[in-house]
Design a protein around this ligand. Sequence first.
Ligand SMILES: [Zn+2]
Length: 184
Amino acid sequence: MPRLTPGVPRKYNRTAPLKYKTPEEAKEAQKRNARRWHLKNRDRSYAATRAWQARNPEKVRQNNLKWSRAKRAKMTIEERKIIANKRYEEAIRRKYGMGLNDYEQVLKKQNNHCALCFRTPNQERYKRLNWDHDPQTGQVRGLLCTPCNHALGVLGDSPKGLTRALTYVDNIHSTLYNWPFHAQ
Ligand SMILES: [Zn+2]
């Protein structure tokens, strides 16, 4: 075995034997060593990671994005559906204290359609009706399709606001204004 010449940097020391035959092998070994060091010095290792993360918030964000995108790309459609359902369930439980069973039950009670316009969930973009709730009390009133839900909100979501709209629709051509052009 050739020996290292003392005082000569390793990369210039032609007589030094190559420890690893290929760059891949060297890289693997480096990974293994890093892992071993990490397991022996967990506290220092985690502290160093946290310090690096604090110094590079933008890189952390980019890495997280890359990681989650790669993970999502690997998922099957079924897995995505399961996750979407879980998120939906969590959201309605948090917002209205309702579970998926409650949705099915209320939908059945409403004969499987929107409580206002009778559109069915199949006619909806997201194949689901929305929980409509009283903005004052927070109490759930029923299931509405998205347009109806928005319409209620836009009109003030109160008997007062809806009566105003009703009065308007009823009276626009008779009492409120002397409307010059009358749609026939
Ligand atoms: Zn509707």
